[in-house]
Design a protein around this ligand. Structure first.
Ligand code: SAH
Ligand code: SF4
Ligand code: F3S
Length: 435
């Protein structure tokens, strides 16, 4: 039987789908490359904002039409939305056959087999705060970049965020398991590895902290580049910055969510740092690694955000000049503290503020990319460019897509490219010395 997996949300979900693919293929299921050939469709879902949920609901409803033609087709929902809404999801759409939460993926084969025997709706959403899916080796998609999960869950309870409720408590995977997985993906040809967790800086396994884990990962010979997401400004230590700067494989690239530039809002978000602290870390990072690209997340229109407080966010973004920013308008999530705050901001104001942040960041990103012209960058060549057959495309250590003329035989290699232009958010270049 063939399963088609459709994934929404963050990299944790992408990694979880790779885990689910492994669990299923270990028990005689096959992964369908195309939805048309599927006997079972699984949606791995995200709850972070209402928009994310609405999109998936739309997709599920659309695909239900397939059941008319294929009476045996089963459709399941897993991931954060399954965890958040549980049976309520099925009440909204009675054609859903099964719902499985983020800690219960090991049960998937049994649940699906049973469904074909006895086609009754099934739901498994018990939270198990210890589940780390030990000894299950994910089936990595792609060829060059692999995610390796180092921890699951989150304990931070930022007041706007649903993640701690749908992903349970923070737990770190054993150091040796992480290192073995990294070694293995490297041997399989993935030379660029991203260590994954909701707050990787609080990784802790038997006294090995994140800085030490990075140090040890850097020694693994089979890989060439290391990245990690996500970092939390309150936990990103000087030691981690030092290890980043000292470790040749750790890339000059960091995603560090700012969320707001106003201290009162940051406090009400329960973020545990001030705007000054955040700015300080950025300064330290840039001092330690002058070439570092820093990206961020920012929320516009958090409950109670005044025009002046919003301006603080705008000003800090302007002052810092991130390479890129993911900007969101605040979306109330039922069950979180911020959703209960009485001073919710009008939707149109949220949108208006969001637009201002997007416009600001567009100019900054353009400027940042133009600044790359004239530099020589090491590019990990991934593919033939979409736009032209004689051009290749790859990524720099600071995660910028770079396109240049070159032969297909260079795919999978690391080469030096001199940047000659920046068009939108793509760098253009020439292979240095014709090599
Ligand atoms: N663990 C990561 C973030 C995961 S969620 C971190 O702390 O950096 C990704 C981003 O979604 C967050 O950084 C935040 O900017 C945004 N987000 C989370 N909940 C939101 C909400 N209710 N409304 C709008 N944006 C939200
Ligand atoms: Fe959500 Fe905060 Fe945890 Fe990130 S650190 S997942 S924003 S609660
Ligand atoms: Fe979404 Fe779940 Fe990630 S809510 S952002 S998929 S942890």
């Amino acid at each position: 039987m063939k399963v088609f997996l459709e994934t929404y949300g963050c990299q944790m979900n992408v990694a979880d789908s790779e885990l689910v693919a492994s669990i299923l293929t270990n028990t005689n299921f096959k992964i369908a490359e195309n939805i048309d050939e599927a006997d079972i469709i699984i949606f791995n879902t995200c709850s972070v904002r209402q928009h994310a949920e609405d999109r998936v609901i739309g997709r599920i409803n659309n695909e239900m039409a397939r059941k008319v033609k294929n009476k045996n087709l089963k459709i399941g929902v897993i991931g954060c939305m399954a965890q958040r809404l549980e049976e309520k999801l099925q009440e909204q759409n009675s054609s859903i056959d099964f719902i499985v939460g983020t800690d219960q993926y090991k049960k998937l084969p049994e649940i699906i087999f049973n469904l074909f025997e006895n086609p009754e709706f099934c739901s498994e959403t018990i939270v198990n705060n210890n589940e780390i899916y030990k000894d299950i080796y994910p089936i990595h998609k792609g060829r060059f970049n692999a995610f390796v999960t180092i921890m699951r869950g989150c304990n931070n309870f930022c007041s706007y965020c649903i993640v701690p409720y749908v992903r349970g408590r923070e737990r770190s995977r054993p150091v040796d398991d992480v290192l073995n997985d990294v070694q293995k993906v490297g041997e399989m040809g993935f030379k660029d590895v991203t260590l994954l967790g909701q707050n990787v800086n609080s990784y802790n396994y038997q006294d090995v902290n994140f800085a030490e884990l990075l140090r040890q990962t850097n020694k693994i010979k089979s890989i060439k580049r290391i990245r990690f997401i996500t970092s939390h400004p309150k936990d990103l230590s000087d030691e981690v910055i030092k290890v980043m700067a000292e470790s040749e494989k750790v890339c000059e690239h960091l995603h560090l969510a700012m969320q707001s530039g106003d201290n009162e809002i940051l406090q009400r978000m329960n973020r545990g740092y001030t705007a000054e602290h955040f700015y300080n870390i950025v300064q330290k990072l840039r001092k330690a690694m002058p070439e570092i690209a820093i990206t961020t997340d920012v929320i516009a229109g958090f409950p109670g955000e005044t025009e002046e407080q919003f301006q603080h966010t705008f000003d800090l973004m302007k002052k810092i000049e991130f390479d890129y920013a993911f900007t969101f308008k605040y979306s109330p999530r039922e069950g979180t503290k911020a959703a209960e705050f009485s001073n919710q901001i009008l939707e149109e104001t949220r949108l208006e503020r969001l637009k201002q942040l997007i416009n600001l960041q567009q100019d900054i990103t353009t400027k940042k990319y133009k600044e790359q012209i004239g530099k020589t960058k090491e590019i990990y060549v991934e593919k033939v460019s979409k736009k032209s057959d004689d051009e290749l495309s790859g990524k720099s250590r600071d995660f910028k897509i770079t396109v240049f003329k070159g032969d297909k035989s260079l795919i999978g290699k690391f080469i030096n490219v001199r940047i000659t232009d920046a068009i939108g958010w793509t760098l253009k270049g020439e292979i240095e010395n014709g090599k």
